[in-house]
Design a protein around this ligand. Structure first.
Ligand code: AMP
Length: 505
């Protein structure tokens, strides 16, 4: 589904609001007169990474104050008016868009969880925006609350604030290093103090973070598409395990963590990142197109037409068509004007399902053998409904091709996936999935094929995988400590013993 044109979070990936949703986007500007307006634009470009809420914190040099605004809803509805921007004066600002992967989803709870979070420490204030998910946050929260910390939200990120407060280090940057050494999991963090913007990635570099420049100003962003929107130039990625500290004196780099082998999230290429972005050194569109080419080689089918499930299946379908020589066409048309406000109030409308968003181009598919290409199958409920529609429109044969291996394992690093027992691939083999979805044939790209498409000519190095592919392989590069203990929410008691992982390397 299109990342940039997404309108309603509950709608994406599934008609019932039950499909997994993605993580978060972070953005920061240091040293530009209109910092909050630039951050609002950057967040708008990152809206595909989270549509539930957004927030901006600025430092106003003239008054020596921080200003913060956190709202539920889309950036364009909350941060584009003159008043909204004027309420956020200053030349340094950071922002965040979220879909909660940790933290409650009720309105009040949700508002408390909207980032950037803010802490007032002895050396001054610090705002923190986090993309990723901490795998020991519940353990840490228990430890901290037992020692007197009073949490204001149930976001995993708040642990970082409390750890910073307890740090015996003096300056804020050192406190942050201290705090981040205690957390486990995935983090790309952007933070703002009175005179400093900090960008830091976890040692494995699971989530993206890039550095840009716009004239004299410095920019940090989850993806390069957010640099483009403000006319900033891409400089480089923040490296895994690197902390960059930006002040009036310029950018300084440090390595506060023990070195580790990089494991960037491969699902960013499959689905998350916007196709016009470059993340972790690779162009997303180009990678997706190559995935489609690999898929065509590995999973050929005799057909008249290759059609994408729009929009996330488009680049892979183009690659598939190019490699197979079968014509590409839009057999499914997407309505881009599906919005939360329209959908949420009515159960009846919700039940109309995927038809509100996608419609089959009957004239094109009728009587044809069609190859449909989508990025992934998670629960399978969306695919099931799409395939029914294509059949109802008179397709003679439907061959479903998936631009990722079967999603068999939940993600604990910032991708909101359902529990394992809700993942179709955890319940069925490919033939069982084919029958469930109701297609003539079903084929997934192999993990090696996916690696090759991501530029790893030899495929996946089993002894030292180059990416985090836990959702496909069950090989978790960081033990999901909370989940293994059955801890799923803030301060919660273990609910049930669960098999959450196959292995942790
Ligand atoms: P389903 O199999 O019904 O759960 O839906 C799968 C579809 O959801 C895929 O084709 C993707 O377009 C989309 N999808 C996959 N992963 C995610 C995610 N983490 N968040 C939102 N949508 C997703």
């Amino acid at each position: 589904m299109t990342r940039d044109a997404r309108e309603g979070a509950p709608w994406d990936g599934g008609p019932d609001g039950e499909a997994p949703r993605e993580e978060c986007g972070v953005f920061g500007v240091f040293g530009a007169a209109d910092a909050s307006a630039l951050v609002a634009l950057g967040l708008h470009a990152l809206q595909h990474r989270g549509q539930e809420a957004g927030g901006i914190v600025v430092y106003d040099e003239a008054r020596g104050e921080f200003h913060a605004e956190r709202r539920l809803g889309l950036v364009r509805d909350n941060f584009t008016s003159k008043e909204a921007i004027e309420a956020l004066p200053g030349d340094k600002a950071i922002g965040h868009v979220r879909y909660s992967t940790a933290g409650g989803k009720g309105t009040q709870t949700a508002l408390r969880n909207v980032q950037p979070l803010f802490g007032e420490f002895e050396p001054g204030g610090c705002a923190v925006a986090h993309n990723g998910n901490l795998t020991n946050a519940v353990h840490l929260r228990r430890y901290l609350t037992q020692r007197g910390s009073i949490f204001q939200s149930d976001s995993d990120t708040e642990c970082v604030i409390h750890l910073m407060a307890r740090s015996i280090q003096g300056p804020i940057r050192e406190r942050m290093e201290d705090a981040l050494r205690a957390v486990e999991g995935a983090f790309s963090v952007v933070a703002l103090t009175r005179g400093m913007m900090i960008g830091v990635r976890d040692p494995l570099g699971m989530r993206p973070l890039v550095i840009g420049r716009r004239g004299e100003a410095w920019v940090l962003a989850s993806e390069t598409c957010a640099l483009d929107i403000i006319g900033a130039e891409y400089l480089r990625d923040v490296e895994p395990g690197e902390m960059v500290t930006i002040t009036d004196e310029g950018l300084r780099s440090s390595r506060p963590f023990p070195p580790a082998a990089r494991r960037f999230c491969i699902f960013e290429y499959v689905y998350f990142a916007r196709p016009d972005s470059f993340v972790d050194g690779r162009g997303v569109y180009e990678t997706r197109r190559r995935i489609g080419e690999e898929l065509a080689r590995e999973q050929p089918a005799e057909a008249d037409l290759v059609c994408p499930v729009p929009d996330s299946g488009v680049p892979a379908a183009i690659g598939y068509a190019r490699e197979s020589g079968i014509p590409f066409d839009y057999g499914i048309i997407r309505n881009h004007y599906i919005g939360r406000t329209f959908i949420e109030p009515s159960e009846q409308i919700r039940n109309m399902g995927v038809r509100l968003k996608l419609n089959v181009n009957r004239a094109l598919v009728e009587g044809k053998r069609v190859i449909l290409v989508d990025d992934s199958v998670v629960r399978g409920t969306t695919s099931l409904k799409i395939m029914q529609m294509v059949r109802d429109a008179g397709a003679k044969e439907v061959h479903f091709r998936i631009a990722s291996p079967p999603t068999s394992w939940p993600c604990y690093y910032g991708v909101d996936t359902p529990e394992r027992d809700k993942l179709l691939a955890a319940q069925h083999d490919v033939e069982g999935m084919r029958r469930f979805i109701g297609v003539d044939s079903l084929g997934f790209i192999s993990l090696d094929g996916l690696y090759r498409a991501c530029g790893e000519a030899e495929g996946r190095q089993a002894a030292a995988p180059q990416f985090c592919d836990a959702c496909f392989s069950g090989d978790y590069p960081i033990r999901p400590r909370d989940a293994e203990a059955g801890l799923t929410g803030p301060g919660c008691a273990p609910k049930r013993p669960v098999l959450v992982t196959r292995k942790a390397s």
